[in-house]
Design a protein around this ligand. Structure first.
Ligand code: DC
Length: 229
């Protein structure tokens, strides 16, 4: 018997592109939990802002943003392999929200209080079901401060950039490694320094540095941790 058999909430936070979703999905599959990618929700709001043309040179039209937030519906579906598909007002936007255009604007949108308020409420709603593993930046600190298991993930920025680059190239995107590394470093900075719910390790979170670890090693690491809890 380990604590995951009680269908708890598992909070995974950490830096951009350090494999949080790969790790969270593996846990979800192994322990029959539901995976929720909170970053996808910030990306979906960002996509909607881009489509409504309300971001101009780093400035956001807050009145129009509130209109968007009042009418936005973000939900997830899961394919037969358990992969999450993000739906923005019913439309499958899973691929579009991963584009570099969205990635380069998501930090601005996710630093806005009204956006965070709306999405944190939605995320807490997913937690009512229990048996969920959610990844993001403030899951252990703001969304589920009482989560029974909190993991804080980190890895060397260059290793993270290379992983992200390989992922996008494999998808057929025409991307440049230096742009990706620059985007990761700039997002790390913005995520850690924003005023509301900055990226931070919760006091009771366990750190996982996976710079030199394969995804399988991380699952073994987790098993060792939960067997001791
Ligand atoms: O995990 P990701 O890279 O897909 O997240 C996209 C952005 O959303 C990231 O730059 C920070 C933001 N984010 C956040 O502020 N809070 C979360 N819980 C999840 C993501």
């Amino acid at each position: 018997m380990n604590i995951l058999q009680n269908k708890i909430v598992i909070a995974i936070d950490g830096f951009s592109s350090c494999g949080k979703s790969t790790f969270a999905k593996k846990i979800a599959r192994k322990y029959s939990y539901t995976y929720v990618d909170s970053g996808a929700m910030y990306r979906a709001v960002t996509l909607s802002c881009i489509r409504h043309n309300i971001i101009d040179n780093g400035t956001v039209d807050l009145v129009k943003l509130n209109g968007i937030l009042n009418n936005i519906d973000i939900d997830f579906e899961y394919d037969n392999k358990g992969n999450q598909i993000t739906k923005l007002n019913g439309e499958n936007v899973e691929n579009e929200i991963r584009s570099i255009t969205v990635s380069s604007r998501v930090s601005i949108i996710s630093s806005i209080g009204s956006v965070r308020e709306k999405l944190v409420k939605l995320q807490q709603g997913f937690g009512v079901k229990k048996g969920i593993v959610m990844d993001g930046r403030d899951i252990g600190t703001a969304v589920f401060p009482d989560a029974k298991l909190k993991i804080f993930m980190t890895a060397d920025p260059k290793v993270r950039a290379k992983r992200r680059y390989d992922e996008l190239i494999a998808k057929g995107d025409n991307v440049n490694y230096d742009d990706i590394e620059e985007n990761i470093i700039s997002r790390d900075h913005l995520d850690q320094t924003r005023d509301i719910s900055p990226l931070a390790k919760a006091d009771d979170a366990i750190t996982l540095d996976n710079t030199y670890m394969l995804p399988e090693d991380q699952v073994i690491w987790l098993e060792e941790i939960i067997n001791k809890l």
